[in-house]
Write a protein that binds this ligand. Structure first.
Ligand code: CDP
Ligand code: CDP
Length: 239
């Protein structure tokens, strides 16, 4: 068996906000030539459209209908476009809207509704089962793709994660304070991990990596090493 054939077909990455899921997931996907799929973008798209259309975060029937009836496409961006992916809704590019503070504020309550999750999970599962995919989110290893053959749970302290997000906001020129980010992230963590349907949780068979004191390069190298070591052990099982 060749190394490529022994690599995991489906890689699931979960963890709280700014734990490094997207950065590591993108690098891993590029390295393995896999599809990178960010499920958070779909939840953000539903939250953005709800905000735009005045559907309130507690309107479960309205939000479920929106998630069920709207076609959300998360597609790799065109060559030369620095964005890792583009989110389209009926031909309209809504990618920039997904990181608005208005979306950040409602995305967790919107995502907690079982009807919203059922609609999006079904689409994500279909994409994931095709394989050669790195799928990133909160419930990928536990609910969306429990059969994933490599599961990773990334974590970092709340303060470190807020520092990372703050730096990103500053780079984009968005005016927010560190305290605002810290508070909104703490609240998002709370809602994401205590909701009844598909809460943020480490799958029992996931590898846990605390990235608080690690650079992106260090996290990436560590994970790549784990994946290739496992693949080599599949080819040449230790006796
Ligand atoms: O990038 P960041 O980690 O801050 O957020 P994201 O991955 O874009 O996810 C935004 C929100 O969508 C999360 O806070 C969750 O409420 C929700 N989400 C979810 O419920 N399940 C997923 N598989 C992915 C995201
Ligand atoms: O996808 P998720 O919200 O989990 O996190 P991310 O968007 O990959 O990372 C959030 C920010 O933290 C990015 O600007 C990364 O470059 C940075 N980061 C870091 O500085 N060190 C790490 N070990 C991981 C991420």
């Amino acid at each position: 068996m060749k190394l490529e054939q022994a690599l995991p077909r489906i890689i699931a990455i979960d963890g709280p906000a700014a734990s490094g899921k997207s950065s590591v997931g993108q690098r891993l996907a590029a390295h393995l030539r896999y599809l990178y799929f960010d499920t958070g973008a779909m939840y953000r798209a539903v939250a953005f459209l709800a905000w735009e259309r005045g559907i309130l975060p507690y309107d479960e029937p309205g939000l479920s209908e929106l998630a069920r009836t709207t076609r959300i496409d998360v597609v790799p961006s065109a060559p030369g476009d620095p964005r890792p992916y583009v989110v389209q809704v009926e031909g309209r590019d809504i990618t920039e809207g997904l990181r608005l503070p208005e979306v950040e504020a409602i995305v967790s309550p919107v995502s907690a509704h079982p009807g919203v999750r059922a609609a999006l999970t079904a689409q994500q599962r279909r994409i994931g089962l095709a394989g050669q995919v790195v799928m990133v989110g909160r419930d990928i290893g536990t609910v969306v793709l429990p059969e994933a053959d490599f599961k990773l749970y990334l974590d970092a302290s709340l303060e470190e994660r807020a520092r990372r997000r703050y730096a990103e906001y500053r780079t984009r020129g968005q005016r927010v304070t560190f305290e605002e980010i810290l508070a909104s992230m703490r609240e998002r963590d709370r809602i994401d991990s205590t909701r009844e349907t598909a809460p943020l949780r480490q799958a029992p068979d996931a590898v846990y990596v605390d990235t608080t004191a690690l650079s992106l390069d260090e996290v990436f190298e560590h994970i790549l090493h784990l994946i290739t070591t496992r693949a080599r052990n599949r080819i040449n099982p230790k006796t």
